[in-house]
Design a protein around this ligand. Structure first.
Ligand code: NAI
Length: 302
């Protein structure tokens, strides 16, 4: 049975290049009406003159979708401001009547070691990745809630989950979207709004300078998009998970918590921690929690 998105309206942010373009093309090829959002700009979010102006990125992808017989409209607003983010959702409603799917993909890089990173480099990256995800999803949320249907994807990164040198701003923002997802999983579930996080690996302008041509060839963005499209489908009943996807490899990522050590019957001391640190750190026997209250309960009961 093929998975289709007929009569579904999808917003893909940052869809003018790389992964977003591949997600938009795949969703449209399976019948989705797609808002191709992209204000254009360079990898660091600064303007570039691309000949067609900054609208060229979104326009190109809309033209590709239409040439393949699909339906799409461009939108050039930034996700990084509440008003312009709301306008992305308005474009979906004005053009196609509603929104069913939100793929938060827009991203920028401002890499620097922490001691060289300016507050502006921090603010900008957090604004696009984290606040941009929150603003666009927030504008779509009342519509998804009212119709009791929604599929939302946030784009995290192995940089936030595992760490990358020089990406304190980016890594922080990329894990912020996971915390955001964890709350919306609980709030959206009874409205049939499912939200998942993607941790992609792909050859795009963001990563092309970091890898050899042979490796880049294995990392085509379109090898990631089936995961995203599945998470956006009616068939997907999973919510609140983190999914790694790249080079044709797909895998769920999960946190675990060590069984740890309980000091009972008296106040624990610093020396208790020091004496037990290896056991506290040992995750060979570990537990997985699905909500913060589950974890608190386990901590309290030992
Ligand atoms: P890309 O640079 O090719 O695409 C990002 C797109 O976002 C660009 O078209 C850009 O114009 C757009 N964008 C930037 N600021 C925006 C804003 N304020 N509003 C709307 N759109 C905006 O990069 P790539 O690799 O396709 O990245 C897509 C997403 O995947 C990003 O969130 C990135 O952080 C994430 N990611 C990518 C990885 C990779 O291996 N390529 C690894 C982990 C995460």
């Amino acid at each position: 049975m093929s998975i289709r998105f007929d009569n579904r309206v999808a917003i893909v942010t940052g869809a003018g290049n790389g992964l977003g373009r591949a997600h938009a093309l795949l969703l449209a090829s399976r019948g989705a009406k797609v808002v191709v959002n992209d204000p254009g700009g360079a990898v660091d979010g600064r303007p570039i003159n691309t000949g067609g102006g900054d609208h060229a990125a979104a326009d190109r992808v809309v033209a590709e979708i239409k040439a393949a017989g699909g339906q799409a409209v461009p939108n050039y607003d930034s996700v990084a401001d509440p008003k312009s983010a709301a306008n992305i959702v308005k474009t979906a409603v004005d053009s196609f009547g509603t929104v069913d799917i939100v793929v938060n993909n827009a991203g920028v890089l401002r890499d620097k070691t922490f001691h060289n990173m300016t507050a502006e480099d921090f603010d900008f990256v957090v604004k696009v990745h984290f606040l941009g995800t929150a603003y666009v999803t927030h504008a779509a949320w009342p519509i998804l809630r009212a119709k009791a249907y929604g599929r939302v994807v946030v784009t995290s990164s192995n940089s936030g989950i595992y760490g990358t040198f020089g990406q304190a701003n980016y890594g922080g923002a990329k894990l912020a979207v996971v915390g955001f997802m964890n709350a919306l999983r609980l709030e959206g579930q009874k409205y049939n709004i499912f939200i998942n996080a993607l941790a992609p690996v792909a050859a795009t302008r963001m990563t092309e300078s970091l890898m050899t041509p042979e490796v880049l060839d294995k990392l085509r963005p379109e090898y990631v998009s089936p995961m995203v499209a599945y998470l956006c489908s009616e068939q997907c009943q999973r919510t609140g998970d983190i999914w790694s996807a790249g080079a044709g490899t797909f895998a769920r990522i999960e946190y675990r918590e060590a069984e740890g050590v309980r000091i009972a019957g008296r106040a624990p001391t610093i020396e208790d921690v020091a004496a037990n640190i290896e056991k506290i750190a040992d995750v060979s026997a570990s537990r997985v929690f699905r909500t913060s209250s589950e974890e608190v309960q386990a901590v309290v009961s030992g």
